[in-house]
Design a protein around this ligand. Structure first.
Ligand code: G1P
Ligand code: ZN
Length: 542
């Protein structure tokens, strides 16, 4: 039976960079998830009888909300729901399934790389029929709806058997529980030369993939070990756990330290990689060398033609504004455009749909292409493997050669996490006061060419997005950028992005923090970070 349940609005359901993210106890409040899901449905039109994809990264509270979402989809009139077995579906796989099965949209339950467990984070995100995150037009409508919602619709049917592949029915709606890996793996086999990679594993080439007890475990085991012949044990932490084994499923040098240490050790394998909670991010480390996500974007773009899926070349590159400008140089050489968008994958969707960009990336360990409308961790790993198999060189050589050819963009991001929100806003306002000025004492001898609050005009739908980050651009190509995170769940996170271009091969070696030390000092002084936040050092440096 379909029930109409009266409810009252929650004031804090504004979707951020990537859907609604809150602590688990917030989502456990009565009607909290229901309100948000109903607000999504109320903001959409024309889905009666259509298909909805539902899945999540397996974190704590995943199964409960999957059941709720299925019963609400049935009550709201969807014709079919596709649910990943066990309620599992990586974010890129969800994007692919939405596209392949011509679904109306999808609900993805994830808080990405944020920690999980009873006190961890949870999230709900809506993706549209192109497989990508809902654009701002929709997320704003959802937010508006959450402020006035007074009822939701739900079926009182018993729970769906999530672990059994097969078809069930609720209120006349078909519920198909499917294998979350199969469609995705088939797509990867179309894009990449699996024979070349298989040959590599048949020889001496060895890798380690750290799934961080998150969603990519089953995908990586099926593809790397079972299909490509990598030895068993190549994939570590391969079983998804509701609390990710107590770790942050964030593939950076802090949370994937064990992988980094291994790759820097004498007995390091040839290639190391990791992915995050929901499988859309990637970490790439060669023996002896960490590849920054910005460099990885540039390198993958420059070498993509070595993979069958991109053999005809790429139409364009897109990067988020704070991502280093290394990709711009590749685009220039390939004679294609490089688009600069605000932070967040949703801004790439239009460019990909319109065929303007083929490969996209963000400094935050996200890379992907037009094969789906999300970033894709395993895709990046497989493209790297395909390139390594074709070039038969080490990661280190490939990166050094790239720097010699194009110059090196030294790049770092400093995060100050869980800063008091008012103080963080005060700091941003203080920086904003410098915009457009020429006399800024903390800049010392650096010559400023431009400072602004980044705004983006979408060339496809002509929409404008303002207030996307405070930028200071210098004459020598260096940049300092400040923004507040839109994905955190406690206080505010200040992100400071610092970049310097080095064309001279003789000066391209050495430690990144040292190479950027003068800009780092300027960035701290300009923002008065220490006095305003009380922090003498960043929480995380990437
Ligand atoms: C962060 C990253 C951004 C990414 C997003 C979702 O957002 O910076 O590049 O798209 O997570 O994975 P932020 O917290 O900076 O708003
Ligand atoms: Zn993620």
């Amino acid at each position: 039976m379909i029930k109409t349940v009266p409810t009252k609005p929650f004031a804090d359901q504004k979707p951020g960079t990537s859907g609604l993210r809150k602590k688990v106890p917030v989502f456990q409040q009565k009607n909290y998830s229901e309100n948000f899901i109903q607000s999504i449905f109320d903001s959409l039109e024309g889905f009666k009888g259509k298909t909805l994809v539902i899945g999540g990264d397996g974190r704590f509270h995943n199964r409960e909300v999957i059941q709720t979402a299925v019963k609400m989809a049935a009550a709201n009139g969807f014709g079919r729901v596709l649910v990943g077995q066990g309620g599992l579906l990586s974010t890129p796989a969800a994007s692919h399934v939405i596209r392949k099965h011509k679904a109306f949209g999808g609900i993805v339950l994830s808080a990405s790389h944020n920690p999980g467990g009873p006190d961890g984070d949870f999230g709900i995100k809506y993706n549209i029929s192109n497989g990508g995150p809902a654009p701002e037009k929709i997320t704003e409508a959802v937010f508006a709806r959450t402020k006035v919602i007074d009822r939701y619709l739900i079926s009182d049917a018993p729970d769906v058997a999530l672990d059994r592949i097969g078809t069930n029915e609720i209120e006349g709606m078909r519920v198909q529980v499917f294998d979350p890996v199969a469609d995705y793996q088939a797509l990867m086999e179309e894009l990449f030369d699996f024979d070349v990679i298989r040959d590599m594993f048949a020889g001496t080439f060895r890798m380690r993939f750290d799934a961080m007890h998150a969603i990519t475990g089953p995908y990586a085991r099926a593809i790397l070990e079972k299909t490509l012949g990598a030895p068993e044990g190549t994939v570590v932490n391969g079983t998804p756990l509701p609390d990710f084994g107590g770790h942050h499923p964030d593939p950076n040098l802090v949370h994937a330290k064990a992988l980094h240490d291994l790759m820097m050790a004498k007995e390091a394998p040839d290639f190391g990689a990791a992915s995050d909670g929901d499988g859309d991010r990637n970490l790439i480390i060669g023996r002896n060398i960490f590849v920054t996500p910005s460099d990885s974007l540039a390198l993958l773009s420059a070498n993509a033609h070595l993979a069958p899926g991109y053999a005809k070349g790429i139409a364009g590159i897109a990067r988020s504004m704070p991502t280093s400008m290394a990709a711009d140089r590749v685009a220039e050489r390939l004679k294609v455009k490089c688009y600069e968008t605000p932070t967040g994958w949703k801004f790439f969707g239009n460019l990909l749909d319109a065929g303007l960009a083929t490969i996209c990336g963000e400094e935050s360990a996200g890379t992907g292409s037009n094969h789906v409308r999300e970033k894709d961790g395993l895709w990046a790993v497989l493209l790297w493997l395909n390139i390594l198999g074709k070039r038969k060189e080490s990661v280190e050589n490939i990166v050094f050669q790239h720097w010699r050819d194009y110059g090196r963009n030294f790049y770092t991001r400093h995060d100050y996490e869980e800063v008091d929100t008012e103080r963080a806003n005060g700091l941003m306002n203080h920086i904003r006061g410098f915009l457009g000025k020429t006399d800024i004492p903390p800049l010392g001898s650096k010559t400023l060419v431009k400072s602004d609050d980044f705004a983006y005009h979408d060339p496809v739908d002509q929409s404008d997005s303002k207030g996307q980050g405070l930028r200071f651009l210098f004459k020598d190509g260096s940049r300092i950028i400040y923004r507040l995170s839109g994905t955190g769940t406690a206080g505010a996170t200040i992100r400071v992005y610092i970049e310097r271009y080095e064309p001279d091969p003789a000066k391209q070696g050495g430690d990144t923090q040292a190479a950027l030390s003068d800009l780092i000092a300027i960035a701290r002084n300009l923002a008065e970070i220490e006095t305003r936040t009380g922090r003498s050092a960043p929480t995380v440096i990437t």
